[in-house]
Design a protein around this ligand. Sequence first.
Ligand SMILES: [Zn+2]
Length: 351
Amino acid sequence: MRLVITSIFVLISLITFGQNPVLDDLWKLYQSQNYEEVIKEAKPHLDIDSLKVDLNLLLGRTYTDKGDFKSAIPHLDYIVNNDLNNSWRKAWALGYLGTCYFMLQDYDNSKKSTKKCFDLNVTKNATQYAYKKILMFGFDDFYKDWKIVESDNFRFHFQNMSDSDIDKYISSREKAFKNINEFFASKFPKKLDFFVWDSREDAKKLLRTNLGFADPSSCIVHSHFQQTKGHEMTHVISNYSTKMVIKTGLINEGTAVCFDQTNQDKEQIVKNWIKNNDKQVDIRMIWENWKDYPEELTYPLSGLFVKELINNFGREKFIEFFGNQTYDNAKLVFGERLDKVIKDFENKTNT
Ligand SMILES: [Zn+2]
């Protein structure tokens, strides 16, 4: 259920500063996520032979991070073809090529590049990056007998399911997707790669984490076949509704719970928890210290709270707020009335 924070790649920590002032400045600019500036400043230097490989890596990475995967590929290819020493630069270029091809739904080239990065085995971090992708993207030999079926919005991977169950599974998930995206109106870079595991134990053994989870930036979900229809896909769908800046557990999980497409009586679950534990809920405390509270309480509670926000402030305001999920931003977008909504919600919940 938990959100997988996409690993911010360790590449930047590998760059040895001091190799060239132009490069140093550009990597710093890159670090501050000023991607347009990086591109503008880097391009005039591309003809300088001694900088070519490094600048192409910088540009390839910049385009990848800003989601322009097509523009990234020629720069990354340049390194693969011109770094004759098989250095760490080539390893990272191959790793990023694997990601770019994946996002462009060219799965064969994605697999080839990612495996090459892994096989090159020049730096621990690049090798680990590739290994993680091999597992997450379904390139490991473990997946070789899985059934891949594409539908309108998904590319499903089934570990073990009969054809008739697959049909039912797909139509119910497509329906859930349409319901949820009616609200978010998101546009996606690719179809959602949705891995449907039959065995939680197998997933735990291979991926070293519990099912299910989503990696929104790669449009990936790994889910057990019995999990709710909507929770994990909502993590991906909502991620493309606006520019994401800061996520918080209360809002991000709350949104996934709110759109999980179940009829679970969350209010009753929360009330029972309050009664059994003889405690009161404090939304702002939970907002700030999400991880200090038990999931049996926080998940249903956050779902109810998000629903309350949407009911009170409407879809437009909610999506405007959603990109920066802090209390401060909520106050900014929803205005003074937010505190009254929180207070009323707490009173209703705590009685
Ligand atoms: Zn979740």
